[in-house]
Ligand binder design. Structure first.
Ligand code: TIU
Length: 218
């Protein structure tokens, strides 16, 4: 068993029954010209997440955790993109439009791919997801059950959108979840902090949070 010094208390898990879930570390959210930028965000705010996420993946690999990478993306024909999602806001480019990294948030386009430093390796699992939560309209739960996974360690972007949504979905499906603070990020520093605090409040109403240093020492 591994014990991580976390909040609201120790996060204890069996690495053979744990997975790292790295949420949406895609060029569309982290690099200029992608989905995040079209929504009006300063994507440079997410740059510090990349090296921390790389360290977290290496930590998980070393301990034998199953590695899962999710990517938010849609079919080229947009059949899995609700019109409400596509029409929301006043983006400079909408989902499916041609941008500098290919069609915005479309599976197979350069922008929807993972940032180079977080490319999946052989044996990793990639989940394509049309929603913010990684359990919605995907086979993630079935795959985790097939691997007898009961504990999840989370990193990725953005903290209060796809990461928090997925942690809430995981919580309702019975998983114990830990969010690693440096390995997640938001376009809004105050939202990241609020998400971290609401996840671990009330005795861990959604899950646990820890610093990367606590994992190094675990
Ligand atoms: N816009 C925003 O903050 N996030 C998303 O749209 N998706 C994810 O969080 N991956």
């Amino acid at each position: 068993m591994i014990t991580v010094d976390a909040l609201p208390g120790p996060f204890v898990f069996d690495p053979r029954r744990a997975a790292l879930v790295m949420i949406d570390m895609q060029r569309d959210f982290i690099e200029p010209g992608g989905f995040g930028a079209t929504l009006g965000n300063d994507v440079s705010l997410l740059a510090p997440v990349v090296p921390a996420a790389v360290e977290l993946v290496a930590w998980a690999r070393q301990r034998g955790l199953l590695i899962v990478h999710t990517k938010e993306c849609h079919r080229p024909d947009l059949a899995d993109c609700p019109s409400a999602k596509r029409s929301r806001g006043l983006p400079s480019l909408r989902i499916g439009d041609a941008g500098p990294m290919g069609r915005i948030l479309i599976d197979g386009e350069p922008g929807a791919d993972f940032v180079a430093a977080l490319a999946p390796q052989a044996g990793d699992i990639v989940i394509r997801k049309p929603g913010k939560g990684a359990f919605y309209a995907t086979d993630l739960h079935g795959i985790l059950k097939d691997h007898s996974i009961t504990s999840l360690v989370f990193g990725g972007v953005t903290t209060e959108v796809c990461v928090q949504t997925t942690m809430r979905e995981a919580n309702d499906r019975g998983y114990d979840s830990l969010l690693v603070e440096e390995a997640t990020g938001s376009y809004f520093a105050q939202f990241k902090q609020a998400a971290i605090e609401m996840i671990r409040a009330q005795g861990g109403i959604v899950g646990w949070t820890a610093r990367l240093g606590a994992l190094r020492e675990a």
